[in-house]
Design a protein around this ligand. Structure first.
Ligand code: SAH
Ligand code: SF4
Ligand code: F3S
Length: 453
């Protein structure tokens, strides 16, 4: 006869949780940790929302559009929540942190609101909600998020995100992240290193080090020395881990990019020739009003130094159009800057007012029509620049880490080059997880098509 305790365990282990992730790589990492913790507690992680007993939305607030998608998802769940009174819907992440009151007011069917500092306590909070039958809110930002090694259910065996720091205190005038993620905290270098070693033993071949601004990483050194570890040194430490073939990192703020870091990138063989370096605007007046702390001239000079040290480096960037007060001439400077630098890829964003940020108070706002036009024009411009860059690769032999079959054409394998470009080619299953050489035959703006060589 099972004891009542065993029965409880059985019921618990039969419960299913569905986690949907919005936003950036940090959220993807947090979701993997949540899934890992739920699994450790005996839950089943399901990919099928309709069979879930618990639905978690891990949310983003960076632009209005990101929040609108979450409101839409919550709205869609209302009917189901009415039909299934035991269903637990939880909102966590950045929007939970910043908009807890609005969520509670507008969505009585949400039973759990857990902020960015609570991600490692999610299974406990779900239990609390379930036990009490009440809505549980945990957005206490004074609690330190857990930085230590946490269990995680990884989406990919081959690649992993590794946060080196959390939070941001740069307060770019448009950005909500410092308000929802809190101040910067760096993990200890030993902690990061041992996590990467564990990942490597587990078959991981590529790590992406994460932080809102990894360049300001300053990690305590637990063992073997005094003082703190800067990001350049951390790269060198991770470069020594056996089995890790590729190291990427994001994001780097152009205001603090020491030569020491450029040297480390050039010296460490595993560090890939790709850098995400958000420019945001090509106009100095706009950059100043954005509180970015660099000029286009200093950005261009930095890119020059990076390209001198690593000639094959690919650059990607973020651009915002329609920042309050952005004139047509200032917008044109951004377009010129994109031409001049020649980014391999660029994310172009329409400016969106965020609560609490300084730019939300700035006037005059650019009319939505103007923002939409500028956005469309820069997308087109970047498509042309990116396509030109890719055409320059026809005939080149590039290294590709094979990730699997191409989702669009299952006859082909796909992977990424060291410069973070998507490559597709024909080959056998045995190549998945290995590094191969591919000679590029054709290109599209976003993909290289080639043959094993
Ligand atoms: N920490 C990173 C990225 C943070 S958010 C960095 O500093 O680069 C990612 C991008 O979203 C930013 O680079 C910026 O281009 C964009 N973004 C942030 N706030 C925005 C807003 N209010 N409106 C439009 N785009 C925004
Ligand atoms: Fe936002 Fe600026 Fe911090 Fe990036 S560096 S997260 S854009 S405040
Ligand atoms: Fe969005 Fe939060 Fe990331 S606001 S971009 S999910 S840090």
């Amino acid at each position: 006869m099972p004891t009542s305790e065993a029965t409880t365990t059985y019921e618990k282990s039969a419960r299913k949780v569905f986690i949907r992730t919005f936003g950036c790589q940090m959220n993807e990492y947090d979701s993997e940790v949540m899934a890992g913790l739920f699994e450790l507690d005996g839950w089943i992680i399901t990919e099928n929302e309709s069979e879930a007993d618990v639905i978690i939305l891990n949310t983003c607030s960076v632009r209005q559009h990101a929040e609108d998608r979450v409101w839409g998802a919550l709205y869609d769940l209302r009917g189901r929540a009415e039909r299934e009174p035991n269903l637990i819907i939880g909102v966590c992440g950045c929007m939970a942190q910043g908009r807890a009151k609005d969520i509670a007011r507008n969505c009585p069917h949400v039973r759990l609101i857990a902020g960015t500092h609570a991600f490692s306590r999610l299974p406990e909070l779900v239990e609390e909600t379930s036990r009490s039958g009440r809505t549980v809110v945990d957005i206490d930002a004074s609690r330190m998020p857990r930085l230590g090694a946490l269990p995680r259910k990884r989406k990919s065996r081959l690649k992993a995100f590794v946060p080196v720091m959390r939070g941001c205190e740069n307060f770019c005038a448009y950005c909500v992240v410092p308000y929802v993620r809190g101040p910067e905290i760096s993990r200890s270098a030993d902690e990061v290193l041992s996590e990467v070693e564990t990942l490597a033993r587990d078959g991981c071949r590529e790590v992406t080090l994460l932080g809102q601004n990894v360049n300001s990483y300053c990690g305590p050194r637990k063992t073997g020395g005094t003082g703190s570890v800067k990001f350049a040194e951390l790269l060198r430490m991770i470069g020594g881990v056996n089995g890790i073939l590729r190291i990427r990192f994001m994001t780097s703020h152009p205001k603090d990019f020491p030569d020491e870091l450029i040297r480390a990138m050039a010296d460490v063989p595993a560090v890939c020739e790709h850098l995400h370096l958000p420019l945001q605007s090509g106009s100095d007046r706009v950059l100043e009003r954005m509180n970015r702390k660099y000029t286009f001239g200093s950005y261009r000079e930095l890119v020059g130094r990076i390209r001198d040290a690593i000639p094959s480096i690919a650059l990607s960037t973020d651009i915002i159009v329609g920042f309050p007060g952005e004139t047509e001439e200032e917008y044109n400077r951004t377009a010129q800057a994109m031409e001049e630098i020649g980014f391999d890829s660029a994310f172009i964003f329409k400016y969106s007012d965020r609560e609490k940020t300084r730019a939300a108070e700035f006037e005059p706002k650019v009319a939505q029509r103007g923002i939409v036009r500028r956005h469309a024009e820069l997308l087109k411009l970047q498509e042309r620049i990116g396509a030109e860059k890719n055409r320059g690769l026809i005939g080149a032999r590039v290294e590709v880490l094979v990730e699997g079959y191409s989702p669009r054409n299952p006859e082909r394998l796909f992977g990424r080059t060291r410069t973070n470009k998507r490559a597709v080619f024909e080959g056998g299953e045995d190549l998945i997880g290995t590094l191969v050489c591919v000679t590029i035959r054709e290109v599209t703006p976003l993909t290289l098509i080639g043959d094993l060589s």
